[in-house]
Design a protein around this ligand. Structure first.
Ligand code: NAD
Length: 294
């Protein structure tokens, strides 16, 4: 294996340490404790694990974490009224509604109900508009975490050829926008893209955000490229147990890449760390305080 491994767990731990220091300063200097409210509808096991981890990390960083659990059959109206109540709550600086929501609820309507300045997931249309036009909004956590890892690994990204495989509103599109903001030449590939192998093969940066186990083959990777694997796929092994794999054929890609994120232990841990960072950013902006730099 020639690639260096981009250790998201280690990087996230450093960010969380830095966040805890920032929270301490905000408490001591401004009597401000950033607060994050997470709303979970239903009992999806994966979502329950995410919410539990988010709440644990929030508290470990010295912030206030609030968790609201709602039944699977809650009406859209009640969910939106909860969001509006949190919009008004001065102790809550960030609101996250865990997706996906049950089919009878219009996700877009719920996201649009979140006050844009408290939308720490960065999914509100105002925030996507600000990202697209170079404004100062809230940036989606997973893509922001990917950019931070890329900058830590490569330094300046200017002029590099980047491909984002996947065009979802929550990962692919904001990821492409962030790469564009870093002056990369960006290609967005998706399920209708022709000759994906060639598109990937000419890219210095490959971001895989598809949700198809090992779709991106190791042999496609340009030698020395940096590979960020966002995919989280649970696959069944022969012994009946499951294991997590990404969207990239890891072992073969690591033979050619310059650097690569593993799954698990790559992008995943960064997402929660960035969520905490976004909550501090939101709290400081709402209070008109400059965010402590450490
Ligand atoms: P999504 O299903 O909303 O979007 C998938 C995208 O992949 C679509 O735009 C589609 O066009 C594209 N696609 C599908 N099949 C393709 C193919 N054969 N070739 C090329 N493109 C194809 O998924 P999402 O929400 O963007 O998530 C993508 C993956 O990232 C999932 O595995 C998800 O679990 C993971 N994810 C991880 C984190 C994290 O914190 N690590 C966060 C969000 C999502």
């Amino acid at each position: 294996m020639s690639a260096s491994i981009i250790d998201g767990k280690d990087f996230a731990a450093k960010i969380k340490e830095n966040i805890a220091k920032q929270v301490k300063i905000l408490k001591e200097k401004y009597d401000l404790t950033p607060g994050l409210a997470v709303v979970l509808v239903g009992e999806d096991p994966a979502s329950q694990v995410y919410v539990r981890n988010k709440n644990k990390s929030t508290k470990e960083a010295g912030m206030n974490g609030y968790e609201y659990l709602m039944d699977d059959d809650v009406s859209e109206e009640i969910l939106i009224s909860k969001v509006k109540e949190l919009n008004q709550d001065p102790t809550v600086h960030g609101i996250l509604v865990q997706l996906p929501l049950p089919k009878h609820i219009n996700e877009a309507a719920v996201i649009e109900a979140i006050a844009p300045e408290k939308d720490v997931d960065g999914f509100h249309i105002i925030n996507s508009g600000l990202l697209a036009t170079g404004g100062k909004g809230m940036v989606p956590c997973t893509p922001l975490g990917c950019i931070m890892m890329l900058k830590e690994t490569l330094g300046n990204l200017s002029g590099l050829d980047a491909v984002v495989v996947g065009r979802s509103n929550i990962v692919g599109k904001p990821m492409a926008q962030l790469l564009l903001n870093e002056n990369c030449t960006v290609t967005i590939a998706h399920s209708r893209t022709k000759n994906l192998d060639q598109v990937v093969g000419r890219s210095d940066i490959v971001i895989a955000a598809v949700g198809v186990p090992e779709l991106v083959k190791g042999s496609w990777i340009k030698p020395g490229a940096t590979v960020i694997d966002v995919g989280i796929n649970r696959i069944l092994k022969e012994d009946g147990k499951t294991r997590l794999v990404g969207d990239v054929e890891f072992a073969a890609a690591a033979e050619r890449a310059g650097a690569i994120t593993p799954v698990p232990g790559g992008v995943g841990p960064m997402t929660i760390a960035v969520l905490l960072k976004n909550t501090i950013t939101a709290a400081c902006r709402q209070k008109g305080i400059e965010q402590p730099q450490i």
